[in-house]
Design a protein around this ligand. Structure first.
Ligand code: CA
Ligand code: CA
Length: 456
């Protein structure tokens, strides 16, 4: 098995911003992967997933540990910009693909969508360039009874990022049909004019059915991430309204500032600490994953790309941004926790080419994290592993994770060099485990597609 030796030891060096690849920094697309922990299948197995676009398994030119990927969507679907995938609970292998441009495409066993829903006239989804647009969709854990789908998106004017609740159903012809749409929460961006970047975008339901979202620092002012009167630069945890026709949310027990403080939805700066806050100190946490009680955050950094972890039932952690960027030896910040994985953007990624000759020479620049995998589908590999990669260099890998000494998540690879190469694929935006147990990946840009990860 190939082992990536790109774990970055803690040191005090800092890469000047000017060394961040200009083209990459300019694109300002920060992504990670998440996906809720998809339940494993039980009972009747889902139908086989089609093999599209040529029908073969695509392998890397080297160092893939036997992994390959099968393309399960056609190449010429109109308005197809896959940024997330969510399997319809209880519907075999049927899934929806969220397009960054505000479309939701419904697939049920074929290479092309059964139908697609355009949300751009319903949600105020703004530009879909860079870090903007529809960023995440998640079905509610009780979807079988309530038919709710939640969506995280940016706004036309970039003044807020929002989560809305959509009611979806299927008509007699088998088309996905959109019912009512209500706003759950707005993350007010702090400054005027609002920046278009650092919108976060992680969305996942915890085992207690509370909704966790990872929110970016807003792009204009990084200090928001340490400001308890703002929702920016945080992981927030809420109980979204499940009442038909009614939006909003309440605060679950256990948040950092749970109590009588005023809610902060659509509030730029609250006089009291926001009770929605579960963890803080994040820059652009595009993806958020949960495995049991352990949550993982992929935080796209300035000089360092980070994966952070915490037990969502606790409430005291601070991941440091902007006081710290990457791992530090010591911190005066209360509740500070170092990332469990960090690599310097535009530097370490160059070395990945030793294992992945297709990796982009300019290196990595936006960490993506995905599902923590459990199951037999990959011949014993990947059990308990967090899948992650980099949006820009196309180097996708995995690292063993589990509870650390303090109960929060940590790496469990014992050889000191966590991370093994999976496959090469550029512009991965999510990794989600399907009801068949396999990992599915969405990708943007040159070859927008959904892939299934395989290891024959
Ligand atoms: Ca999702
Ligand atoms: Ca950090």
């Amino acid at each position: 098995m190939n082992r990536s030796a790109r774990w970055i030891p803690i040191d005090n060096s800092r890469l000047p911003l000017s060394l961040v690849p200009a083209g990459l920094a300019g694109l300002l697309f920060a992504m990670l992967v998440a996906c809720g922990k998809n339940s494993s299948s039980g009972g009747t197995p889902p139908p086989p997933v089609p093999t599209c676009q040529g029908g073969g398994i695509l392998y890397d030119t080297g160092g893939s540990n036997g992994f390959g990927r099968v393309t399960v969507t056609d190449a010429s679907i109109p308005n197809f910009a896959p940024i997330d995938i969510a399997f319809v609970p209880g519907a075999g292998g049927a899934f929806v693909v969220a397009s960054q441009n505000g479309r939701v495409h419904y697939f049920n066993g074929g290479c092309t969508p059964v139908n697609s829903i355009d949300l751009t006239g319903i949600l105020p989804v703004g530009s879909s360039s860079g870090e903007q647009g529809l960023l995440n969709v998640e079905f509610h854990p009780d979807y079988a009874n309530n038919h709710y789908l939640f969506a995280y998106f940016t706004s036309v004017a970039n003044t807020v990022n929002s989560v809305s609740r959509l009611t979806v159903s299927f008509d007699t012809a088998g088309n996905l049909v959109l019912g009512d749409v209500v706003r759950i929460i707005d993350f007010r961006k702090a400054d005027s004019p609002a920046a278009s970047n650092h919108n976060g975008g992680g969305l996942v339901f915890a085992p207690d059915a509370s909704l966790l979202a990872s929110v970016g620092d807003g792009g204009a002012t990084s200090s928001t991430a340490q400001d308890d009167g703002r929702l920016l630069g945080k992981v927030i945890r809420i109980l979204p309204s499940l009442t038909a026709g009614t939006g909003g949310y309440s605060i679950p027990v256990g948040n950092m500032f749970a109590g009588t403080n005023a809610l902060c939805s659509n509030v730029a700066l609250s006089a009291t600490a926001c009770p929605e806050i579960l963890a803080k100190g994040l820059r652009n946490p595009f993806r958020l994953v949960i495995d049991g009680n352990i949550a993982f955050i992929g935080d796209v950094g300035s000089n360092y790309e980070e994966i952070n972890s915490f037990d969502y039932t606790r409430n005291t952690l601070n991941f440091g941004w902007p006081t710290h960027d990457g791992p530090v030896g010591a911190s005066a910040l209360p509740g500070y926790r170092n990332p469990i994985v960090a690599y310097r953007r535009g530097v370490e990624g160059v070395d990945f080419r030793a294992e992945d000759p297709m990796a982009v020479a300019s290196g990595s620049a936006s960490v993506m994290i995905g599902a923590v995998y459990h199951g037999p589908q990959y011949g014993g590999l990947l059990e308990g592993a967090l899948l992650f990669g980099d949006f820009y260099d196309g180097y996708n890998r995995y690292v063993g994770v589990g509870p650390g000494a303090d109960g929060n998540g940590d790496i469990t690879d014992t050889d000191g060099v966590p991370g093994s190469h999976l496959v090469h694929e550029d512009a991965i935006t999510s990794y989600v485990r399907g009801p068949d147990g396999f990992i599915y990946m969405t990708a943007l840009f040159a070859s927008p597609a959904v892939y299934r990860l395989v290891r024959p």
